[in-house]
Design a protein. Structure first.
Lengths: 68, 371
């Protein structure tokens, strides 16, 4: 998401899971711009392909389908 | 992009604006507070305010974590950053928040080792890479970032990283809402509930608003259609004489919140008896500190901090902006002495601050057609 606030995250970043390291509760994720980063996934169920809401490097929710 | 593009559809937005217009009662004035700074940002970025009838007024709430940090806490952080051998880490926006003697950026320019991080995990990594230095993380934010800090502290404890500690400034959203609802300055008709805070805490903590104060709450997402739909849902509740908590943001917010995150927070944090909020003063049980089990990772116990209360600059009216009593452009220094480049008040620092949102997106629509 563009120009989001890095401090709070109330505009969190939506990311897609690419690879999961279950032992360390970390996942390699990609945002909409293609930037990859390591995300803490201890609070959610994350498999490759899942879409996550990430705040300050930690996924706090999985995104589910909803029609506009 | 999935989950984004469909919530920015202009045609659907115009249709929703028409439905809102059809729902309002002519001659009645509606004041709706968007609690979260993320909503404030979206409202001005997308011009949502301009789509609403003139008798629907949006009032900005206290939900920007940078904006509510009092100057004394910034001074405490700067004192720690200047301790010999310390690497001080904080989020980017925090670097520019003014204390009484300057910002973290100024402290860095004067030689303190202040580093910007995107995540508390980055701070922990720096601590592991620099075992001969003390690494302090300045934690801020509502319940959206508190789980991230909690998990990092759990990792630090489990992995035994003795040179890592945290200054905890995490705050909770419910106590300031109660304070606002008790305030005689403000008469509100409903609340757009904080979307991402609710992913963690769920909908239940907001039930007191309809139950005790008779005001509807709709938890909302951050895309333009999310915000418009939430406003519509609030107006429908008012028109039907209903008053309850509803969840517009079902694609992200589970009704019960994230139980794993709440468990982690309960283990690592405990409530402070009171905490000072910029503009709102001291509010009981409104902030978190490290629990007894994590006291050895508490920078406020490991180091000596001044802990002095500093009054806000006289010219700054952030307090009234945060309470929704005045609009940003009504502040005496808005856009003149106080700009994002040279902020006097915190509301101008963060992109989520109401003043910065007004300033950056040039939303000065003070006169609209009256319905």
């Amino acid at each position: 998401m563009d120009d989001h606030c890095t401090t709070c995250g109330d505009l969190g970043v939506e990311m897609e899971v690419l690879r999961v390291d279950e032992d360390r509760a970390l996942a390699l994720c990609r945002d909409a711009h293609g930037t990859r980063s390591t995300v803490e996934i201890g609070l959610v169920d994350a498999q490759p392909g899942a879409r996550l809401l990430v705040h300050a490097g930690t996924a706090i929710a999985r995104l589910e389908e909803q029609r506009a | 992009m999935r989950f984004v593009d469909e919530f920015r559809d202009a045609e659907l937005g115009r249709a929703l604006a028409g439905e809102i217009l059809a729902t309002v009662e002519p001659g009645r004035h509606y004041k709706v507070m968007e609690v979260c700074g993320g909503h404030t940002h979206s409202i001005y970025k997308y011009g949502i305010d301009d789509l609403l009838p003139a008798n629907v007024e949006l009032v900005h709430g206290p939900g920007c974590p940078v904006c509510v940090i009092p100057m004394g806490r910034v001074d405490d952080g700067i004192a720690l950053a200047k301790e010999p051998g310390v690497i001080f880490t904080c989020f980017g926006d925090m670097m520019r928040v003014p204390g009484s003697q300057g910002t973290f950026m100024d402290a860095k320019a004067e030689g303190a080792d202040v580093r910007m991080v995107y995540s508390p995990l980055d701070a922990l990594r720096i601590a592991k890479q620099n075992p001969d230095r003390e690494v302090i993380f300045f934690a801020i934010g509502f319940e959206t970032t508190a789980p991230s800090t909690a998990l990092t502290l759990k990792r630090a404890k489990a992995e035994g990283v003795p040179n890592f500690s945290c200054v905890c400034n995490h705050v909770t959203i419910v106590p300031p809402l109660k304070a606002l609802l008790e305030s005689p300055d403000l008469r509100l008709d409903g609340f757009i509930g904080p979307g991402h805070v609710s992913t963690v805490v769920g909908a239940r903590p907001f039930h007191f608003i309809p139950a005790d104060y008779g005001r509807p709450v709709v938890i909302a997402g951050f895309e333009p259609l999310d915000v418009l739909q939430a406003i519509h849902m609030i107006l429908i509740q008012i028109a039907a004489g209903r008053c309850e908590v509803e969840n517009q943001y079902k694609r992200v917010v589970p009704w019960e919140g994230n139980l794993r995150a709440l468990d982690a927070m309960a283990e690592v944090f405990e409530l402070r008896p009171h905490f000072e909020w910029r503009g709102l003063g001291f509010i009981s049980q409104s902030a978190l500190r490290l629990s007894e089990a994590y006291a050895d990772l508490d920078a406020e116990q490991r180091f000596s901090v001044p802990g002095v209360r500093i009054a806000d600059p006289k010219a700054c009216q952030c307090g009234e902006v945060l309470k929704g009593v005045i609009k940003p452009w009504e502040c005496k220094v808005f856009g003149t002495a106080c700009t994002p480049e040279h902020a006097i008040g915190t509301c101008m620092v963060s992109p989520e601050g109401a003043c910065a949102a007004y300033y950056n997106y040039g939303r000065f629509a003070r006169e609209r057609e009256v319905v």
